[in-house]
Every structure is written in structure tokens, then in C-alpha cells.
Design a protein around this ligand. Structure first.
Ligand SMILES: C[S@@+](CC[C@H](N)C(=O)[O-])C[C@H]1O[C@@H](n2cnc3c(N)ncnc32)[C@H](O)[C@@H]1O
Length: 237
């Protein structure tokens, strides 16, 4: 999973919010692994425009996100399972779930838990893996099906070990000008860790996702063309 690309997608989806009167929107962010890109950039960036931001993660990441956001008066972080969110339905202008629900036991069921939280006219944005995408990372996960059972230090070591040959290949492609991307070893290792660590990892098709949105009363679906995975924003009728 490419973090910078995901962030771009999110900002694009969030652009719709800027058309609303400033200071009136409420956002809900599901699954907020407390990385710099997520909390510091996205939530901090939002603080002047958005009245209320609620971030949910069921892991210890919620604690770290809480620490990082404690200075932001409009940001509230809760540790909870998004399949049973302790939040009122129709409370939010934007539900934003990026790289999360395909890591739950049942992606569609998690979608169904998030969908009711948006108000009429509100938006739901999700980013999930597409069935059509293949990559060395996803191939590694396919081959090492139970990698998530490894203790964390072993998982880190495995991620770095797998990253080394891929990084070397990437550097050769860079030298041959076969790619414009400047690859970093740490990002490659992180991408391996990202696919090897979650217990659940599902991929979906656009038609499945369209059906999920429609069946929960969302229309005006905008699929981003900037990712080969599925990044889509719908508006609740
Ligand atoms: C791959 S990370 C992506 C997070 C974030 N969008 C980012 O880019 O950093 C997935 C996150 O979803 C969280 N998560 C997975 N299942 C969840 C659930 N059922 N309820 C709440 N959070 C969940 C994990 O703890 C993890 O922090």
C-alpha cells in the first residue's frame, strides 16, 4: 500500500467538503493507524475547517493518535470496533475509511456499519484493495498466508528481508529509467509489513462496491482514477 498515494486520494475526496460552509462539517475517520501521514497531516490540516473530527481504531494505535491530537480541540479519538461503532447514526458529513475495512473479517459487513453514520447529503469515502491489482507485496501475502501469526520482531525481520531484493530491483529500474518513482528501502519494507501483519486481507471488485453503496442509499459514486485499487466516494440520498 502506497501511503503518499492514499493521502492524495483522501485529499481529493475531502475536496468536496471545502464547498460546505466552513466550520460546520463533522467528520468520522474509521481505522486511524497513528502514522504521521494520517494524524498529523490529515487531521491537523482539517482543524480549521471542520467542527468535529472523530477518529476510531480498535488497536493501541488509538492511544498514540490520542496523544498526537490532544492539542486539537475538535479532534476526538476513541478506541472501538468499527463494526459496532459507538456513534449515533446520521451524525456525520463525511465518513472516511482508508485502507481499513478490507482488513476486517467481513468487508461488506464493516461497510454496512459505517454507512448509516452519514447524514443525508453526507459522503462516505472508502479505499480498499482491488481484485485486479497484483504486486510483489500481495504475492508475498498470498504465499505466506499465516504471516500475521509471527511475533512482531520476526515479522519486521521478514519484511526487511523481503524488501532487500525488491529494493535492489527497483534501483536497477530507476537506473534504467524504467520508473520515475524514487524508491526507499524503508518504504518497501513498510509495504511488506503492511500486507503481512493484518489477520484479514480481502480484495474486491468495483461492481461489488457499487452494490454496497447503492444498497445503503448512496449515489453519485466517484471512483478515483488515480489508483488501481478502489477509492470511491458516494453521497447519501
Ligand atoms: C492498514 S491500517 C490503515 C490506517 C490508516 N488509514 C492509515 O493510512 O494509516 C488499518 C487500521 O485499521 C484498524 N482496524 C482494523 N480493523 C478495525 C476494526 N474492526 N475497528 C477499528 N479499527 C480497525 C487497525 O488497527 C489499523 O490501525
Amino acid at each position: 500500500m502506497k501511503a503518499s498515494l492514499l493521502r492524495t486520494e483522501t485529499i481529493r475526496a475531502g475536496n468536496n467538503l471545502r464547498k460546505k460552509p466552513p466550520g460546520r462539517a463533522a467528520r468520522f475517520s474509521a481505522g486511524i493507524r497513528a502514522r504521521r501521514s494520517c494524524v498529523a497531516a490529515r487531521l491537523h490540516d482539517s482543524r480549521r475547517r471542520v467542527r468535529l473530527i472523530v477518529g476510531v481504531d480498535f488497536s493501541e494505535s488509538a492511544r498514540l493518535a490520542f496523544e498526537r491530537c490532544r492539542e486539537l480541540p475538535n479532534v476526538h479519538i476513541i478506541q472501538a470496533d468499527l463494526s459496532r461503532p459507538p456513534l449515533a447514526p446520521r451524525a456525520f458529513d463525511l465518513i472516511w475509511s482508508e485502507g481499513v475495512i478490507h482488513h476486517t473479517p467481513d468487508t461488506q459487513q464493516s461497510f454496512s456499519s459505517l454507512a448509516p453514520l452519514a447524514k443525508a447529503g453526507g459522503k462516505l469515502y472508502i479505499w480498499i484493495y482491488s481484485k485486479k491489482v497484483s504486486s510483489p507485496y500481495r504475492l508475498a501475502r498470498k504465499l505466506l498466508r499465516k504471516s500475521y501469526l509471527l511475533p512482531q520482531p520476526a515479522l519486521y525481520a521478514l519484511a526487511w528481508t523481503l524488501a532487500l531484493p525488491l529494493h535492489a530491483a527497483n534501483k536497477i529500474r530507476e537506473a534504467l529509467r524504467a520508473t520515475k518513482i524514487h524508491h526507499r528501502l524503508a518504504s518497501t519494507a513498510y509495504s511488506f509489513y503492511d500486507v503481512l501483519s493484518p489477520e484479514f486481507m480481502h480484495s474486491h471488485s468495483r461492481s461489488e462496491v457499487t452494490e454496497w453503496f447503492r444498497s445503503h442509499g448512496y449515489e453519485q459514486l466517484h471512483f478515483s482514477g488515480e489508483t488501481s485499487d478502489i477509492a470511491v466516494c458516494g453521497t447519501k440520498q
